[in-house]
Design a binder for this molecule. Structure first.
Ligand code: GTP
Ligand code: MG
Length: 149
């Protein structure tokens, strides 16, 4: 089944938004298969944001993500990469749909609450960066049979 890597960024943890955001993924029907509260070190942040190295926002983004604990998660489901990106909303909360997570909880692109993988290939890379295979749980969830054919 498709997986995606989701991170609740330091502002989400500091602002006490973890429960509300998790609830949106649960209510949608996504299945939680991995989760940990952790501090991201500089080396991991640089690997995570390697595609943005050299851009003006790279250094501030690395500083932001390493500033305080994050909640790292893996969610599973049919088309979960695209579904999670839709739940999150546009990168800049100022332009994000007000029903989305960034649209509901954020004000500024430099504090945009949540990260989600942008493709299945990115998801595979990011899940492997943050989780050992044995940290992911393979299990049957009640009600799965009511989510799709
Ligand atoms: P992520 O899910 O966090 O990867 O966001 P994204 O895929 O919607 O955006 P992208 O990968 O292009 O950028 C990664 C992160 O860098 C964003 O989430 C922002 O926190 C930050 N970022 C991107 N563009 C800008 C920008 O123009 N200015 C600032 N200050 N930050 C930016
Ligand atoms: Mg991205």
């Amino acid at each position: 089944m498709e997986k995606t890597f989701i991170m609740l960024k330091p502002d989400a943890v500091q602002r006490g938004l973890v429960g509300q955001i998790l609830g949106r993924f649960e209510a949608k029907g996504c299945k939680l298969v991995g989760m940990k509260l952790m501090k991201v070190d500089k080396a991991l942040a640089e690997q995570h944001y390697a595609e943005h190295k050299g851009k003006g926002f790279y250094e501030p983004t690395v500083a932001y993500i390493t500033s305080s604990p994050v909640v790292a998660m893996v969610w599973e489901g049919k088309n979960v990469v695209v579904i999670a990106r839709e739940l999150m909303g546009a990168t800049n909360p100022a332009n994000a749909n007000p029903g989305s997570i960034r649209g509901s909880f954020g004000m500024d692109i430099s504090r945009n609450v949540i990260h989600g993988s942008d493709s299945v290939a990115s998801a595979e890379r990011e899940v492997a960066l943050y989780f050992k295979p044995e940290e992911l749980c393979d299990y049957c969830k009640a009600g799965e049979e009511w989510l799709s054919e």
